[in-house]
Each structure stands twice: as C-alpha cells, then as structure tokens.
Design a protein around this ligand. Structure first.
Ligand code: SF4
Ligand code: SF4
Length: 150
C-alpha cells in the first residue's frame, strides 16, 4: 500500500481528536478573512432575520470575485454577526462555521492541528474526544460544500 493510501485509511487522527467548543468566539474575529456563504445559506440567513435576500445582501454581504462573504468589522475583524462573543445567527450559521475546526488545512498533519490550536481554546483545552468518523464526516461536508458552492 502506498503512503497516501495509508493516510486515507488510517489518518494520523484515527484515534480521534480532543475538542470541545467553549464558544469563546475567537474564530469569528481576530484577523481579516472570509466567511463564505452559498446562495442557499443566504436565503436561510435572510429568512432567519426576516429580510429579503436582497436586503440581506445589501446589509451583510460583500462580493469577492464570484463569491459572497459576510461583512466584517474593518477595525477588529469581528464577523458582522458576532455580538458579545456570540453568533447572532447560530441556528443558521454557514457550513464553514459549522465544520470548524474540521477543515482540511487543520487536519493535514499533527503540526497543522497544533497550529490551529493556537487560535482555538476548544482545541487547547480538549475536553471530549471526537471520534475519527465524526471528524471525517465534518471534513467531507466542508469539502463537498466548497465543491458545490464555488
Ligand atoms: S456567522 Fe456566526 S459562527 Fe460564523 S463567523 Fe459569523 S459570528 Fe462566527
Ligand atoms: S475559537 Fe474554538 S473554542 Fe472558540 S468559538 Fe471558535 S471553535 Fe469554539
């Protein structure tokens, strides 16, 4: 078996990873970035806030190339929906938010995971071992989302 196949069958995190979100809100602020939203998510977010999609777009979105991203505060980089360290649209938050920290760039190696930990106290503190199957499920959801949406 080649090494790359071995990694797919038996990733470095095959025993699971310790993580429990403390809801500190740090991943919703801190540095410039993008919170991508698909058309379906825009519809869901707008409905949640009782706005039309157009109204929602004017108030909360910026266009980046052919994609849409949530606005962020230009000074502190808070996501437009972060209030008192909590997400104002939590039940309908975008897939990108739901699947964090189970993103490919955080899971490529143990080093990458440790790097992610420096920005996420839920990783630093651990708390619960998330089984490999759950991690893979979230990772697949994020990758499928990116493939379908952009
Ligand atoms: S939508 Fe909510 S969870 Fe996602 S970045 Fe904004 S505040 Fe954070
Ligand atoms: S930085 Fe980590 S612990 Fe804090 S809200 Fe985000 S996922 Fe949860």
């Amino acid at each position: 078996m080649t090494e790359s196949k071995l990694k797919v069958v038996n990733p470095w995190y095959h025993r699971g990873l310790d993580f429990k979100c403390t809801e500190c809100g740090k991943c919703c602020t801190g540095s410039p970035g993008h919170t991508w939203v698909s058309e379906d998510e825009i519809v869901a977010l707008a409905a949640y806030l009782k706005l039309s999609s157009d109204e929602f777009g004017q108030k909360y979105l910026r266009k980046v190339g052919s994609r849409y991203s949530l606005l962020e505060n230009p000074v502190n980089y808070d996501c437009v929906f972060l209030k008192d360290n909590k997400c104002r649209v939590y039940p309908v938050r975008p897939t990108q938010c739901r699947t964090y920290p189970w993103w490919l760039q955080n899971l490529t190696s143990e080093e990458a995971w440790q790097k992610a930990a420096s920005n996420c106290e839920g990783i630093q503190k651990g708390g619960e071992t998330v089984p490999c199957e759950k991690i893979e499920e979230a990772l697949a959801r994020q990758m499928q989302y990116e493939k379908n949406s952009f």
